[in-house]
Design a protein around this ligand. Sequence first.
Ligand SMILES: [Mn+2]
Length: 629
Amino acid sequence: MRRKDVRSACRLAALAALTVAGTVLVFRAVRHLEAAEARDEAAAAALARGRALGLGEAGGAAPLRPLDDPAPGPAPRVAPGPAPGIAPGNATVQRIDWHDYKRMKLDAARRGPGEQGKPAFLDDKDAQQKESLYKVNGFNALLSDRIALDRALPDIRHKGCKAKRYLSRLPTVSVVVPFHNEHWTTLLRTAISVINRSPDHLLKEVILVDDHSTKEHCGAPLDRYVEEHLPKVRVLHLPQRSGLIRARLAGARAASAEVLIFLDSHTEANVNWLPPLLEPIAQDYRTCVCPFIDVIAFETFEYRAQDEGARGAFDWEFFYKRLPLLPDDLKHPTEPFKSPVMAGGLFAISAKFFWELGGYDSGLDIWGGEQYELSFKIWQCGGTMVDAPCSRVGHIYRKFAPFPNPGKGDFVGRNYRRVAEVWMDEYKEYLYNRRPHYRKIDPGDLTEQKALRKKLNCKSFKWFMKNIAFDLPKKYPPVEPPDFAFGEVRSVAAPELCVDTLNVGADEPFGLALCVKDEPRRKGEQNFTHTWHKDIRPNTRSICWDVSSLADRAPVNLFGCHGMKGNQLWKYNSEQQWLVHGHNPRCLDCDPGARRIYVTSCDESSSTQKWRIEHVDLKALANWDHADP
Ligand SMILES: [Mn+2]
């Protein structure tokens, strides 16, 4: 080919490429504009309400909403029209793609132990050293030392997150990481993942708050390392052991950015984690945003999702629980969704709102209950709390807690009492009824907390339960309905035999054994409860009788209780002495010779389908149809 031909061919190719690229760009821009417009209106509405976070303005102060201004009720996800009082020209809000593609490309090319979040393993010869580090950390700390501090993580976000754009102007961030005797590499990996995966101009500082650690590396070596390698990181050494809650407060006091992000000290921030946390706060400074918390396996450091998201909740013993996403949340899998309570220590909140709320109650000791305190406060005092599915942070869930008991009595109970007394109104009784000794714990001085609630004109706990945690009582009823029956389940046809799980685990079938009550030296698991959830479970385990097969003689297995009835739905018919399973009713039957149990068609003439349960609450059974809380 002659040179001239080559040149014109190149020109043609370039032109074609430009045309294609141009078309794609235009197409994408149009699509993006459509999507962005609706969101911009919502943003404009927030601006109009005066709740947007003042970005980079002198003093950084956004106009404060007067206290007599009633907080908006449940708002639609997208404002229905342009906000009143906002000229169209002012409402334009620019959104950009915040991905750091250069870093993502470098990450994608990384190979080595633990890279891409793949499971890693140690050699057998490391066993001894592994064990000694496991003991003091509760996770495989030696393996952590073999994994790069800046390892690559898999991008396991919903694929829609990859195309999402966020406000071009976002607030600055101080990341606060309290720790006590955290292992060297897990602590540094927390800081480095944050630095590497945050836009440089947004991340003002990372504050490591050393809660009076005793491990040597947490002192001068850490200071030196940070000074040499991590200019954005500061270490704050607390002069005495203060506990997790006060350590967080100390870090927050030292922070100077507009938004505070609290992280645990054994976490890893994933790709583009920051913008999804910050945008809801930029739009409304009274929004607290939690990332999705992924699982870093304590043994292999494998990085994986916990689940596809759920709303935070609690039961009436204050165990953290989760509620399913709402239908509307499921329709928008990349959008933040409202959550009644946060999981714990990973969240973003504007410093302005945090301090308006008085931070954490500084009367809370060590740890425990603080996530409830802050969550209730946020909701009841005019804020909002959301989970952002596109922001993901991995967390090492330890195998066991390596710390000795602080020896301060029931400090968790005392914390719970403080939270209940200040925020829960009449609902506190449900907590106390389950843990009567809370009533006797001295919660200390609550004057300041109660004054704050009054000053901020916060709503009642009843409001919170009715509007935010409205589906919680159905799953975790404040007053549990009575159970239907409990005790041994004895065969009428072969009265020496009882249903016995034989202590098998999940997914395993079980059958009959000689009744333990007839010969107390016998071993077995024969005490069951036919609970108000309409399932049957061994008394000491949260595992249920489950029939998943439609076969004629379908076996009964044990399976984790899900409370959703279905395969775990049972009803004791006290007249027929039947144990009826499922909506398409079949009866529990047995083969005494083989000591097998199974479900099959109900048959009035069968004696092997008859069962005697030790204690039956006939009144509760009569109320079966209305037994749901
Ligand atoms: Mn943790």
